[in-house]
Structure formats: structure tokens, C-alpha cells
Design a binder for this molecule. Structure first.
Ligand code: ADP
Ligand code: MG
Length: 336
């Protein structure tokens, strides 16, 4: 029984949710996008990672100070290195009610080793930017360049090769996990689909990843419904890391969680960023959530980026009126 098992992370195991909770938990769009075999199978061979050796060093650095200074070095060393750039990107959806300009002339860059926060209220276009930057949807105009390659012009085969290098973490962890696969099965699945190693090595790797994200490996064979929301998100993060992506796009990854659990997951992202030297696009509807994590923050309103500043500057001297409004919406997570 799950609740007899020892726990490692402080978010507790919970009884299986009712079918009603499950229905509410998973938006079909997220389910389709995150867990379909097509999406997971959407790649072929392995790419060499530009910062693999820097990452190895980071993984082996031990003290927090060592980690922080290794990361600073990585960010400095790669400050010229643009990993992904959206260049004057616009996305117009044609609906029965007319055209929706979801993203309007947005330019954003995520440098290697950097975390870019993207904030703005619901409907401001953040998730659309995320999908465009992942090459999951075509731009109406403008372009997205990932590691020097224009995603809109890449043949499908080359896009599939790039896919493992960009991974997403969604708002709803339960909806993004395969419900009939155990925790370890979920983490092993992308490795299997991408033909990485044999079964035994995939198992070992998945256990390492579960351990890295704070899941007690004794619980590895349990199913997603047997974990709490916070733990489900940890498993989803382990799965996103399995293919050693260069870019992690996190779309409101803490928004469905209780405030205390939000703080723990933010802590986990901070730790992973420092250890692995990941580049992240971290999306939230609230500025306070990205304050701890982001090096720079872009603020969106009605499809446009209204301000983009280093995190510290944005919090101490916001330039835009809309940013000031967002800042005044106090989030408990900021007060902890
Ligand atoms: N597939 C779609 N078809 C039509 N409109 C869409 C689609 N996706 C998003 N939108 C619209 O684009 C706008 C921005 O949505 P979204 O990117 O999801 O914003 P956010 O993530 O900031 O809440 C909204 O008005 C939304 O209704
Ligand atoms: Mg969204």
C-alpha cells in the first residue's frame, strides 16, 4: 500500500483520486500533447550536447557555492550563445468569431545556461509563445531559431532529431504522465522510444533521475495516481530530463499545486538549473513565481512583450505600468 511506504520528499503520498478528480485533472490538450506515443516517439538519433562537459562538471560539483560559481561561469562563458530565439514572431488563430492575434511581433532569446521567465495574465499568449519556440506550431510570421536552425524551414526528419533537445513540463502533471505506466515506466519511456541503451541501463538511468528529483526509489513501481500532485510533477520533471535536453520549457509548472508544494518544486528547479546548467523558459501568470528562478523576465500583455529586464531590475524598478500591476498582485510564495 502506498501509504505504508517510506517517503523522501516532504509532499506526502496521497490516496488515489476519485474518477471525478481524474477527469478534472487532465485537459485533453495536455494529454494529447504530452503523452501520446507520437509525441514521445517524435525523434530519432541522439545529438551531441554542446555543454555536456560543463554539465558533467556541474553534476559533480558538490557545495552550493561550487555549484553557483560553476553556473555563473557557464552563463558567462555562454553569454554570447543564443540557444533559442524568437524573431518578430506573430501567431494569428482563425476562429469562427474572427482572428485572434495570440502573439504579436514578439522577440525573445534564451541563452545557454540561462532561465528566462515569461509572465503575464491568462490569455496573454504565453503558452502560444512556448509552443512556437518548441516548433510545435508554425509561426504566422517571423521565425524561431534553435541552435542556429530555423525551425520553420527544417525538414520534418531534422525537426524530429532536434525534438529531444527541447522538453516541456506542463501545469498538470497527472495529465502529462502515462497513467498506466509506473513512475519508473514513465521515465524510461522516452529513453525506449529514442532507442537509448538497453532495458537495464534505461532502468538504472530512470532510477537516478527519480532520485535526482527527490522521489524515493522504493516507490518507483507505483502508478502516477498513487502520488501527490507535487510528486507527480517531480516524476514529470524526471521524464523531461531523461533525454538530457538543452532547453526545458516549463508552462505554469507550479500553478496547480498547493502553495507550500509550489515552493518545493521551485526549489527543485533551482537545484536542477544549478546542477545541470539547463536553459529554461519558465512561464507563470505571476511574477513572484519566477523571481527566485529567472535571470531575466519578459512580461507579456495581450500578445506583446511589454517589458524585458534582468529579474532584479524588474522587481526594483519596473518600467511598464502593466508590470507594476502584476507586481502588486501579491503571491504568498513571495512572502515565504
Ligand atoms: N488553438 C487556438 N485556437 C484559437 N485561439 C487560441 C488557440 N490557442 C490559443 N488561443 C487564444 O490565444 C490567446 C492566447 O492564449 P495562450 O497562449 O493560451 O495564453 P496564456 O498561456 O498566456 O494563458 C487567447 O486568447 C487564446 O484564447
Ligand atoms: Mg497558458
Amino acid at each position: 500500500m502506498p501509504d505504508e511506504l517510506p517517503h523522501t520528499s516532504s509532499d506526502e503520498l496521497v490516496p488515489a483520486p476519485s474518477s471525478d478528480e481524474l477527469t478534472r485533472a487532465s485537459s485533453p490538450r495536455e494529454l494529447t500533447r504530452a503523452s501520446s506515443p507520437d509525441e514521445l516517439a517524435d525523434a530519432a538519433s541522439r545529438d551531441e550536447h554542446v555543454h555536456a562537459s560543463a554539465r558533467d562538471q556541474l553534476t559533480h560539483a558538490s557545495s552550493p557555492r561550487e555549484l553557483a560559481s560553476s553556473r555563473d561561469e557557464l552563463v558567462r562563458a555562454s553569454s554570447a550563445g543564443e540557444l533559442v530565439c524568437a524573431e518578430s514572431v506573430t501567431k494569428v488563430f482563425r476562429t469562427r468569431a474572427g482572428e485572434v492575434r495570440a502573439v504579436d511581433d514578439v522577440s525573445l532569446t534564451v541563452h545557454r545556461g540561462e532561465t528566462l521567465g515569461l509572465v503575464g495574465e491568462s490569455g496573454s499568449g504565453k503558452s502560444t509563445v512556448a509552443r512556437l519556440m518548441m516548433g510545435l506550431q508554425p509561426c504566422t510570421s517571423g521565425r524561431v531559431v534553435f541552435d542556429g536552425k530555423d525551425l520553420g524551414r527544417l525538414p520534418a526528419r531534422e525537426l524530429r532529431v532536434l525534438r529531444p533537445r527541447m522538453q516541456m513540463v506542463f501545469q498538470n502533471p497527472y495529465g502529462s504522465l502515462l497513467p498506466h505506466f509506473s513512475a519508473i515506466g514513465n521515465v524510461m519511456e522516452p529513453l525506449r522510444l529514442h532507442d537509448r541503451g538497453d532495458k537495464a541501463s534505461r532502468r538504472t538511468r530512470a532510477l537516478e533521475l527519480l532520485d535526482l528529483v527527490g522521489i524515493n526509489t522504493h516507490n518507483a513501481e507505483l502508478y502516477p495516481r498513487q502520488f501527490s500532485g507535487g510528486q507527480q510533477q517531480r516524476i514529470a520533471i524526471a521524464r523531461a530530463l531523461a533525454l538530457e535536453p538543452d532547453l526545458l520549457v516549463c508552462d505554469e509548472p507550479t500553478s496547480s499545486l498547493d502553495v507550500s508544494i509550489q515552493a518545493q518544486i521551485l526549489e527543485l528547479f533551482t537545484d536542477l538549473r544549478n546542477r545541470l546548467g539547463l536553459s529554461m523558459l519558465f512561464i507563470s501568470h505571476n511574477l513572484a513565481v519566477v523571481e527566485r528562478l529567472a535571470d531575466r523576465v519578459a512580461v507579456m500583455n495581450k500578445g506583446r512583450v511589454v517589458e524585458e529586464s534582468p529579474t532584479e531590475a524588474l522587481f526594483h524598478a519596473p518600467k511598464d505600468n502593466y508590470t507594476r500591476q502584476l507586481l502588486s498582485a501579491v503571491l504568498p510564495v513571495r512572502q515565504q
